[in-house]
Design a protein around this ligand. Sequence first.
Ligand code: HEM
Length: 405
Amino acid sequence: MTTAAEANALRDAPVLDIDPYSIEVLRDPYPFHEALREAGPVAFIKAHGVYAVGRHAEAKTVLSDHARFTNAGGIGIQDIRKPGDFRIPSRLLEADPPDHTKIRTVVTRLLSPLVIRKWKEGFDRKAEALVDHLLEQREFDGVQDCAERFILEAFPAAVGVRLPRTETLAIGEMRFNQSGPRNALYERAIEAAQPYLAWFEESVSRQGVMPDSIAELLFRAEDAGELDEGIASNVVRSFVGGGTDSTIAGIGFTLHQLAKNPAQWQRVRSEPAKVKAAFEEGIRHETPFQVTYRTTRGATELSGVRLDADTKIGVFMGAANRDPRHFADADRFDVDRPALAGNHLALGSGIHACIGQMLARQESEALIGALARRVVGMELTAPATYRPINQMRTLDKLPMRIVPA
Ligand code: HEM
């Protein structure tokens, strides 16, 4: 609660006249990130009438303080409680306690470290087979032939959903554009996904998921009354939405940096613990889930800046992960950076922190580990390109060559 004297001492957020959703910014967000951080602890984004934070300290505060910043308005730029034509909200991510707590408790039990460890052998086998194939090819696209191919095999088998490439990528692109403003990317992605909407509904339904899988266990939790009706399918939808494109992007970024920095690749090859560190640094350095939103419950303040009630605030995790106040030499990719996990915000923070993070780590470790054991060198054969998506950063192409050990 802010007293009247404190309220008078507050200042207004500086206005930033850059559109974070313009194609130029989506292709290269770093100048915008710097402008956002340097504008102050909080800025007002004129183009969309929302607040934004880009410094690590404020980003962490907003993510952690669910009493002042609600998720019920949705994690996109639109307030999904207002009239409009919105996507189907995530009943886990776009909910507050106690509803969120009830669902998260069940999902946490199903995705326990023990369950995830059991998937390790299958991930390792798939990664070895893929690396066999890549070593025969020598030159390939690190996105489509490596990161995508691995995740689209490993993730569905683990969780229990069927994810063919064309359909899955179209749905993913729609979801991450739909949480941004109604711009051309938004409209195009919705149109491109239309032919696959019915397939997606079916694949996250009780009939569509694989028997005895985590996905099916969610439906059983519904039968047992642990989850309300309709939650299981919604959570499976969140698994697919949260766990596919983001992990592909994270592996792609890690490979990109390792191919560009041969000394870093040799560090990863020479010390097995650096395999983990490489993925962690990969998602810090180029954060897949660039921005998430919260909504102020009432008028409040953040680092001395006045915030109106019921207003969206964008947490630019990509900017926070390169905040020089928090990370030394923040633009540099460095697998030797101390205490990475839990320090960057690529997997969120607070009660909504990524529930699939152990799974994403295990998948990426399997793939990068298999490459580290068998590939002595990797390099780019052309510059990498990015695919502009409103709320996600991801590579489009990563042309690369590998040399067997
Ligand atoms: C590198 C890969 C991944 C990244 C970068 C990532 C990123 C994130 C972030 C930033 C959040 C918090 C969003 C917010 O607070 O608004 C989150 C939440 C979530 N993630 Fe992930 N994620 C990844 C992998 C996965 C995987 C593999 C799954 C599959 C199970 C998953 C499922 C979820 C779910 C269901 C939530 C919502 C949790 C809640 O609201 O309690 N994610 N993720």
